[in-house]
Design a protein around this ligand. Structure first.
Ligand code: AMP
Ligand code: ZN
Length: 468
């Protein structure tokens, strides 16, 4: 088996990676802030982490993955206040939606999804430890700050230029720019809106709530230990979030926090950071509505290396749709075949090897997918040739299963019922659009139907459709 290598943000190098106990990769992945639907950019990061954990299993390791759910923060409180709700009423439906969307994209269950609001005592204990160690101090209003000049390693992850550090100056927001590296809030004294929305707890420093960075340190150490193998997230989290996690954790324990840090690049829309709707696909809900399966989005994401920016465009989703259809057709063909040729077995062995080498080389998913498609081409040629070698056919099936256990790209075979329901829904949308004389929307609905090979015919007694 080739050596497993990963890019470590801490060292800025691709390095050999293995879990410290040789058996279980203990990994922490920063999860969503559940105050709205996670967008496809967030899911690019979660898919990269899904790929990581599945690839770890190929290496023979088991995985203990913890993904937190941020269910208390500035944005959640603002929304709760605007709606006259408490924070739980805001976060519960979005937590449910997150899991639903994640399943649609076939993102495997992590071993745990701890919530920030359920770990307040652990966070308070961590702050107490930092105060006791002399690296945190209580401000006049009862907030507690981390003193960055008391932690010599501050800035080691983001390679912060020390001159940019303004020790003594304070920042209370959770997010701030590198130029403003300052003492950051571990614990924020309660404001009226925190009390009004159920976002305030008792603490040794009075009523208050945790800072965002603190939750990840407290929960990672609770579930994975003070030192664990890997910490991952999107590239925007390097500073300040992960830098502050390191500071809080290592200043408390005196031990290394995460051994390796991995960051996925951003999903862009027309060259800009994905923040809001662009084109007509921004969320999983929209993928669903447009009949774009989770496998199509998986393919689209894995087609780019995780450390490269990726631009979301409709064309590329169309190409991914064609690619997963090809994979689906091949899967069916392998199931139905009755025999193969010796060359089929050779192709299977070559494919497995190339696949493994690509993924173990810093998770090179595009190259791994290329190995899969080369295999499909070669195997189709061999299956065309006929052959009655059952062993060879079994080798091919095993190789395909081996690769698909990681990529998970075989589209569900759409039942006629599901297709019909989707077509009826789109026809109703088209009819409604016409009735309100929104012809652009009506044409768009028709185009979606045509794109999936559905022919429609308007007649005196309504619209009829058939597969083209
Ligand atoms: P948030 O809910 O904002 O904390 O983000 C959840 C995860 O999504 C984090 O790991 C972010 O780094 C990541 N993320 C946010 N925006 C994007 C994007 N446009 N592309 C890829 N990952 C993103
Ligand atoms: Zn985090």
């Amino acid at each position: 088996m080739p050596e497993f290598r990963l890019y470590n943000t801490l060292t800025r190098r691709v390095e050999p990676f293995a879990p410290v106990d040789g058996q279980t990769v203990r990994m922490y992945t920063c999860g969503p802030t559940v105050y709205n639907a996670a967008h496809l950019g967030n899911f690019r990061t979660f898919l990269f982490e899904d790929l990581l954990r599945r690839t770890f299993r190929l290496a023979g390791w088991s995985v203990e993955q913890i993904m937190n759910l941020t269910d208390v923060d500035d944005k959640i409180i603002r929304k709760a206040q605007a709606n006259g709700q408490n924070i739980l009423e805001v976060t519960e439906p979005y937590t449910e939606l997150f899991h639903k969307d994640r399943r649609y994209l076939r993102i495997e269950d992590a071993e745990g999804y701890p919530k920030a609001t359920e770990h307040i005592p652990e966070m308070i204990a961590l702050v107490e430890r930092l105060v006791a160690n002399g690296v945190a101090y209580v401000a006049d209003d009862g907030s507690v700050y981390f003193a960055i000049d008391k932690f010599a390693d501050y800035g080691k992850l983001s390679q912060l230029d020390k001159r940019e550090v303004k020790s003594g100056a304070r920042v209370a927001q959770d997010e701030y720019a590198k130029e403003n590296a300052q003492d950051f809030a571990l614990w924020k004294s309660a404001k009226p809106e925190d009390e009004a929305t159920g976002a305030a707890w008792d603490s040794p420093w009075g009523r208050g709530r945790p800072g965002w960075h603190l939750e990840c340190s407290a929960m990672a150490m609770k579930y994975l230990g003070e030192t664990f193998d890997l910490h991952a997230g999107g590239i925007d989290l390097i500073f300040p979030h992960h830098e502050d996690e390191i500071a809080q954790s290592e200043a408390a324990t005196g031990k290394q926090f995460a051994r390796c840090w991995c960051h996925g690049e951003f999903l862009l829309t027309d060259g800009a950071k994905m923040a809001k709707r662009v084109g007509n696909v921004a969320n999983v809900v929209e993928l669903r509505e447009q009949g774009i399966s989770g496998t199509v989005y998986r393919h689209f994401v894995f087609n780019a290396h995780y450390r490269k920016q990726l631009n979301l465009g409709e064309d590329s989703l169309e190409q991914s749709r064609a690619a997963v259809n090809r994979i689906g057709a091949f899967a069916r063909r392998l199931t139905e075949a009755t025999g193969g040729t010796p060359a089929l077995a050779d192709a299977a062995t070559r494919a497995e090897k190339a696949f493994l080498e690509a993924l173990f080389d810093d998770l090179n998913a595009p190259e791994a997918m290329a190995a899969l498609f080369t295999f499909i081409t070669e195997a189709n040629r061999e299956l065309d040739a006929g052959g009655s070698d059952h062993g060879a056919l079994e080798r091919a099936r095993a190789a395909f299963r081996f690769m698909d256990a990681v990529l998970d790209l075989v589209p569900e075979q759409e039942s006629d019922g599901e297709l019909a329901a989707w077509v009826e829904e789109r026809l109703a949308a088209r009819k409604a659009a016409r009735e309100r004389r929104d012809f652009a929307a009506a044409d768009a609905a028709r185009a979606e139907l045509t794109a999936r090979g559905i022919l429609i015919e308007d007649g005196p007694d309504g619209t009829r459709w058939r597969r083209g």
